[in-house]
Ligand binder design. Structure first.
Ligand code: ATP
Ligand code: MG
Length: 253
């Protein structure tokens, strides 16, 4: 079977700076793949390449067997590629339910948007249930906690019915409880979607990841199970070397 996503030999050059350098990255149908790497490794750029926000300088991106390099962002959304951003994009003045409803209508034909809709559509109801936000459906998004906001964003993505979900650091800034709940939410979503999650935190990975791809300075460093990746000396150097530098910095400052 063809892989759902295939990034082949992709490089991205910004003003002479190589943010991605000859990256090959394949994700099969139904995978929950974690993408890790230190700051500036190129993780968000890789997501941007897949969603069409950034064009690769060289290389190809294929989705479900077809090259999509020429497709614009909204066309890729229609193909079923959905993402969240590192910063939140919910509508604060709208309720949780209204945000979800809006997201769900994004891929609907105009004629059904114009028709008066009654009640909650199945997709919205399912997004509420999966994210466990049913009790907060009537609450304005602006008053949600940081964690609840992230879940709403993930819910908005699910409501669009994507085949591939790209989540950029969904647990950043969350409490331990919120992280655990997000880990379970990702596991649940991965049962019927293909998911790529960017995350730095090794503890989180140990708990929820199976396959991990490590990027470093625009290159794919290693791909494998959490244990394989953690045992790799290059990964240890990238992470532990940085930890040593930070510790040294803390002592000095
Ligand atoms: N539009 C741009 N123009 C110029 N340089 C960019 C642009 N976008 C990203 N970069 C640079 O490319 C490199 C990779 O950035 P990217 O955002 O992909 O890293 P990241 O792995 O997501 O890092 P972080 O963990 O900090 O989110 C960084 O050095 C960044 O400064
Ligand atoms: Mg990033």
């Amino acid at each position: 079977m063809t892989a759902l996503l295939e990034v082949r030999d992709v490089s991205v050059v910004f003003d002479g700076f190589r943010a991605l350098d000859g990256v090959n990255f394949t994700v099969d149908h139904g995978e929950l793949r974690f993408l890790i790497g230190p700051n500036g490794a190129g993780k968000t750029t890789l997501i941007d390449i897949i969603t069409g926000l950034t064009k690769p300088t060289t290389g190809t991106v294929s989705f479900d067997g077809s090259v999509i390099n020429g497709k614009r962002e909204h066309q890729r959304v229609r193909l079923g590629i959905g993402r969240t951003f590192q910063t939140s994009v919910v509508f604060e003045e709208l309720t949780v339910l209204e945000n979800l409803d809006l997201a769900a209508s994004f891929r609907r034909p105009l004629v059904s948007l114009l028709a008066r809709r009654k009640g909650v559509t199945e997709k919205v109801a399912q997004a509420l249930e999966t994210t466990q936000l049913t009790d907060l459906a009537g609450r304005k998004a602006g008053v949600l906690s940081h964690g609840q906001r992230q879940w709403l964003e993930i819910g908005m993505l699910i409501a669009q019915g994507p085949r591939l979900l790209l989540l950029d650091e969904p647990v950043a800034g969350m409490s331990a409880d919120e992280r655990a709940r997000t880990g379970e939410l990702l596991t649940e979503i991965a049962k019927d979607h293909t998911v790529i999650v960017i995350e730095h935190d090794m503890d989180f990975l140990r708990r929820y990841a199976s396959t991990v791809t490590v990027l470093h300075e625009g290159k794919l460093l290693i791909e494998g199970s959490v244990d394989e990746v953690r045992a790799d000396p290059r990964v240890q150097e990238v992470y532990l070397g940085r930890a040593r530098e930070e510790a040294a910095h803390d002592v000095v400052s």
